[in-house]
Design a protein around this ligand. Structure first.
Ligand code: SAM
Length: 283
């Protein structure tokens, strides 16, 4: 069964086929970007029928990524990042956030979508501390054996590994093994930042999650799995989760609740309550 699932559309590069949606382009459309095709917008419209405020979900995720990178760079002092499933360049990318804090920081992006790779290469021509590697993020060995990772990421110093909104596109039952393989390869003192579609097992929200899952599975984008708290925490096995805010126990939280930029003046909407995250340290 795993073999079959490992061949699910998400692990196969979609090429630049304008008749097939791509995860990166649908996500770009959800963020309000311009690097997407008609087919991607159609998929997004179908998802919006399940989750009308999906844009807030995408931004909750993206803003978590930005705050997590700032924390890892500024507060923890990490100088090297591997950003798995980096996506299309948008407002604030990992290298921009991290290199603003310390211009020496090295960032290796990893993606397999040709549109992402093309944009990444164009964006990075003038940057000699950032690279974009074409590899399958569900095969940690492939990522760590890529020449950019081997040449530019020193495995005797702490690494920040980002798996932000990536693992939910992996449908295999061995999702925790994939993360364990990554974690095993990281030196002690490294950090992982992680976010994932979240099924809060709440009768008011789980049906919304299931509906969105169906829309994605039935679409040319191929995949998206909402996993439970227990499953999301399984992927942090062997790590020490960082306190997500003052006075909050180390645990999985909603993306909007992780080290927020300011007070929430309004309650989170349904879309914002089905995307979870954690940041954790390898002892
Ligand atoms: N990490 C970014 C963020 O959170 O803002 C972008 C997340 S986007 C939802 C997921 C990204 O993972 C896409 O850019 C997609 O191309 C990439 N991706 C999906 N499956 C992949 C695979 N098997 N190998 C490499 N990248 C993959």
């Amino acid at each position: 069964a795993n073999m079959e699932k490992a061949a699910a559309p998400s692990s196969v590069p979609v090429g630049v086929d304008p008749n097939r949606a791509s995860i990166a382009r649908v996500y770009d459309a959800a963020l309000g970007g311009k690097d997407n095709y008609e087919i991607d917008r159609q998929v997004l419209d179908a998802i919006k029928r399940a989750v009308p405020e999906v844009r807030d979900m995408a931004w909750a995720n993206r803003n978590f990524l930005i705050r997590a990178v700032r924390f890892l760079s500024d507060h923890v002092g990490i100088k090297q990042f591997i950003d798995c499933g980096s996506g299309l360049p948008t407002a604030e990318n990992t290298h921009q956030v991290a290199q603003r804090i310390d211009e020496e920081t090295r960032v290796v992006y990893v993606d397999n979508d040709p549109v992402v790779l093309a944009h990444g290469n164009a964006l990075l021509v003038d940057n000699d501390r950032t690279w974009i590697a074409d590899a399958d993020i569900y095969q940690p060995r492939q990522v760590f054996e890529h020449e950019f990772v081997r040449e530019h990421i020193a495995l005797d110093q702490p690494v920040a590994l980002l798996h932000v909104s990536t693992m939910h596109h992996y449908l295999g039952d061995d999702y925790a093994d994939v993360m364990r393989d990554y974690i095993d390869r990281l030196p002690s003192g490294s950090y992982v930042a992680f976010s994932h579609f979240y099924d809060p097992e709440d009768p008011a929200l789980s049906p919304i999650a299931r509906h969105m899952e169906q829309e994605m599975l039935g679409s040319p984008m191929g995949s998206g799995a909402f996993r439970t708290r227990e499953q999301l925490l399984e992927m942090a096995d062997g790590l020490e989760i960082v306190q997500p805010a003052r006075g909050v126990e180390p645990d999985l939280v909603l993306c909007d609740e992780w080290w927020p930029n300011g007070p929430h003046l309004e309650p989170l909407n349904e879309a914002q309550r089905i995307i979870g995250c954690w940041v954790a340290r390898k002892p």
